[in-house]
Ligand binder design. Structure first.
Ligand code: CP3
Length: 342
C-alpha cells in the first residue's frame, strides 16, 4: 500500500533540509480574500463564524485553492479560549476585539475542563479540512501564547500593552494564576486539534515585545515550555513552531528554553540571528507584510535575499507578521511564484 507523502513543511520541522523552503503565510485565511469576505458578510458575528465548522472549513481551504501554499492553517482565533473560559468576547467592525470584564481567576479555572466542549466546532473544522486537503499540504493547528491572550483578557482590547504589563507588576500572583489557566486550557485545546488531524502546531505570541529578560522568561518562555512538555507527556509528537513576535535578542534564550522545533522570526530579525538559530532549529518568517502589500521588484529582491541568506539551514518561508487585509491578490501570487516557481 503506498503510504501518503509527508508534507514538506513537516519534513523541514522534523529535521530535513529541502532545496526550496516550504511556504505559508500567517493570516492567509480570511481578511484579504474576496471569497472570504463574501462568506463572512453572511455570518451573524465573527465568533459564530469561527464556530460554524462548515464555514470555517471552507475558509481554511480557500487560500490553498488559490495559491500554491504548502500548508493550510485552521480558521479560528486566539480569543476563542477566553470565550470558552467564560469571558465575553466580540469584535467591533473596523476596530478589532473587545472583551468583557475579566472574571475571577477561580471562575476561569473552574471552566478549564469545559474548554473542548465549547470549542468542539474547531475540532470538526480540523477534521473537515484535513479530509479535503491534498496529502502534500500540511494542516496547522494553533493557539495564542498565554501572555498574549492574557493581555487581551486584562485590557479588554488590543492597543499598546502597558496596561497588561502594569498588571504583571502590580498583580504578579494573579497573572501567574491566569497564565496557568491559559496553559491548561491551551493544552486540552491543542490536543483536540492534533487528534482531529493537525500535523503542526503554532503558538502565536504576538505581543512578546517590551518585556525585561526575566519577565520574558517567566511569562513567555516558561509557559510555552509547559505547553509543549504537557502535550509530549500525552503522547503528542507533532512539531511545534513558537512565534514570540517582538522578542528581539530574546529570541535566542527563547529557543533554548522552549522545546519547540521551529522559531518564528518577525520583520526585524537579522540574517545572523536566523543563522545562529538554524544550528538547532528550523526558522520561519521575516518578510515584512508591508513589502508583500507593496509588491514590485523590491518584493522579488527581498524574497531572493531571505531565501539566500538562510539557504544553509532549515527555513520555512513566511511573513514576519500576518497578511495585511488590503494586500493585492496579484502580490501574493507574485511572491508564491518567486518562492515555489509555480
Ligand atoms: O492565519 C489564519 O489565516 C487563520 C486564522 C487566524 C485568525 N486569527 C482569523 C481572524 C489566526 C491564526 C488568528 C490569530 C490571531 N488572532 C492573533 C495572532 C496573530 C496576529 O495577527 O498577531 C491575534 C492577535 C488575534 C486576535 C484578533 N483577531 C485581532 C486583533 C483581530 C482583529 C483584527 C484582524 O483582522 O486581525 C481578530 C479578528 C480576526 N481573526 C479576523 C480573522 C480572519 C478578521 C475578522 C473579520 O473578518 O472581521
Amino acid at each position: 500500500m503506498p503510504s501518503s507523502p509527508v508534507p514538506a513543511l513537516v519534513r523541514v520541522l522534523q529535521g530535513e533540509k529541502l532545496d526550496r523552503p516550504p511556504v505559508w503565510f500567517m493570516r492567509q485565511a480570511g481578511r484579504c480574500l474576496p471569497e472570504y469576505l463574501a462568506l463572512r458578510s453572511r455570518a451573524k458575528d465573527f465568533i459564530s463564524f469561527c464556530l460554524d465548522a462548515e464555514a470555517a472549513t471552507e475558509v481554511t481551504l480557500q487560500p490553498v485553492r488559490r495559491f500554491p501554499y504548502d500548508a493550510a492553517i485552521v480558521f479560528a482565533d486566539i480569543l476563542l479560549i477566553p470565550m470558552a473560559l467564560g469571558q465575553r468576547v466580540w469584535f467591533e467592525a473596523g476596530e478589532g476585539p473587545r472583551l468583557g470584564p475579566l472574571p475571577e481567576i477561580a471562575a476561569l479555572r473552574a471552566r478549564v475542563p469545559e474548554t473542548n466542549h465549547h470549542l468542539a466546532a474547531v475540532g470538526e473544522t480540523v477534521r473537515g479540512a484535513r479530509a479535503a486537503l491534498e496529502p502534500e499540504r500540511a494542516l496547522i493547528g494553533f493557539c495564542g501564547g498565554p501572555w498574549t491572550v492574557a493581555t487581551y483578557m486584562i485590557q479588554g482590547r488590543g492597543g499598546d500593552r502597558e496596561e497588561a504589563r502594569a498588571y504583571a507588576y502590580n498583580h504578579p500572583a494573579e497573572l501567574e494564576a491566569l497564565i496557568d489557566v491559559l496553559v491548561d486550557a491551551s493544552v486540552d485545546y491543542l490536543e483536540m486539534q492534533v487528534k482531529a488531524g493537525a500535523q503542526v502546531l503554532q503558538i502565536f505570541e504576538s505581543w512578546a515585545e517590551n518585556l525585561a529578560e526575566d519577565v520574558f522568561a517567566r511569562l513567555v518562555t516558561a509557559p510555552h515550555r509547559r505547553i509543549v512538555e504537557r502535550l509530549r507527556a500525552r503522547g503528542v509528537t507533532v512539531p511545534f513552531i513558537g512565534f514570540p513576535r517582538g522578542a528581539g535578542a530574546l529570541v535566542e534564550p527563547y529557543a533554548e528554553g522552549a522545546p519547540v522545533q521551529a522559531v518564528g522570526l518577525d520583520t526585524q530579525a537579522s540574517a545572523a540571528i536566523g543563522r545562529r538559530l538554524q544550528a538547532s532549529h528550523a526558522i520561519q518568517g521575516a518578510l515584512d507584510p508591508l513589502m508583500l502589500r507593496a509588491g514590485g521588484e523590491a518584493l522579488d529582491r527581498r524574497i531572493d535575499e531571505l531565501i539566500d541568506q538562510w539557504s544553509g539551514g532549515r527555513h520555512v518561508f513566511n511573513l514576519g507578521h500576518g497578511v495585511i487585509p488590503d494586500t493585492p491578490m496579484a502580490h501574493i501570487e507574485q511572491a508564491l511564484k518567486r518562492i515555489t516557481g509555480r
